[in-house]
Design a protein around this ligand. Sequence first.
Ligand code: ADP
Ligand code: MG
Length: 491
Amino acid sequence: MSNLIKGKHHDWETVIGLEIHAQVKSNSKLFSSSSTTFGSNPNSQVSLVDAAMPGMLPVINKYCIEQAVKTGVGLNAKINKYSIFDRKNYFYADLPQGYQISQYKYPIIGEGKVTIDFKDGSSKEIRIVRLHLEQDAGKSLHDQNPTKTYVDLNRSGVALMEIVSEPDLRNADEAGLYISKIRSILMYLDTCDGNMQEGSLRADVNISVRKPGDEYGTRCEIKNLNSIKFIKQAINYEVKRQIEVLEDGGSIEQNTLLFNTSTGKTKPMRSKEEAHDYRYFPDPDLLPLEIDQEEIDNIKKLIPELPDERKKRYVDEYNLSNYDASVLTSDKAISDYFDSVIKSDFSLKASSKIVVNWITSELFSILNENNLEIINSPIKPKDLGKLVKLINEDIISGKIAKEVLIEMFNTTSDPQIIIDKKGLKQVTNTDEIEAFVDEVIEENKKMVEQYLSGKDKLLGFFVGQSMKKSKGKANPQILNEIIKKKLSKKN
Ligand code: ADP
Ligand code: MG
């Protein structure tokens, strides 16, 4: 697919780089023992350190460090054995310290890479510049009082991982695939809960456009987007805006923008600050962070099978296409479910594509209708496996199987039991099927004549009517053959 956008005078290429903020999954904050639980009463999880009382000292949370290293391994990145915490100085009403403890020159994680997969089966590597640890700020509440702004410091000091990509992304879809992939890796690693609605994962999106072959253009940065849909909308809007400005002879100012989710437009928030504006310097209250090889090796032992390895396993062992496998593995819960279905009966390996289809179409639609996540599915993997086997063995048709699935959802019983109880077993007995067909022919003599005089389309009518007589249970192939045979005999 070409990434070029047609302008009035020539083509344009989009260049995008993402700074993803992922909240570290941990019980307590980066430098204090306060809880990180989401949605608690305002200011109920604030220690003296988080409130920046004079003389309070930060103490590093070892678990957050391990989580960052784990994430670095999952992003195929360099783990830096030596890193430094710096103060990034700025004023915000919800930042009581007057600075954020972050990492600047020496981040805990260096260069890495992740792969994104496209529908056509191809894939692309996106380079990661770095991952550093930093504190989150508090939250200003503007909607509690008509004349006052309140501050909630529960989030103040919670650990964030900032993951910075190279400007390797070329359109909104690639940016969407990239953030989904990062999200899924973090969720497999259990280092971030991935909940974008609650703000556990959000991104600053840097965008510029250029004529193909030119140097990178001046970029704008859209702050704090917390849904993939908004990221794509914001990119598409901003790219169009920048191209229009440039084609009209203007130039792009390097601004920080906000995206208005109701209008779908970006607007300037402030002109871009430079690193030197923050007066970064090493936090004198914290020693340099040193990690030794043994610690890194121990953390590596905790790394589970990640989406790419799983994808490869699905392609190699189950013959799934690269894209199907990437869709399936992108959500750990769905992929775990699939694995359990196959594990319940290894003969299903040969029908893995059918299993995938049943999960992603029929099972999903029932779960969606009932607002259930797959981990809470009343239909257990082994029972879905049995259902697929029953279809494969021609005991029931796919159509009846959908009915059985609904019953499985309502009763959580084994599909075989439902089939026996409701008498849903497929009719393969030719005598029985012939009887249904005969009835239909008898009742529709006119149609038979029309069919015989050349109206071939009517075949579907006879199939449908006979199937109805069998209450959907006739084996469709046998039924088809019998109808064709009977109707041609009349010739
Ligand atoms: P800063 O520290 O000022 O935010 P960085 O150089 O660290 O700037 O880059 C921040 C992000 O902007 C990175 O994700 C990078 O890939 C992206 N980026 C840099 N230059 C461009 C550009 N010309 N167009 C689009 N994105 C860019
Ligand atoms: Mg930035």
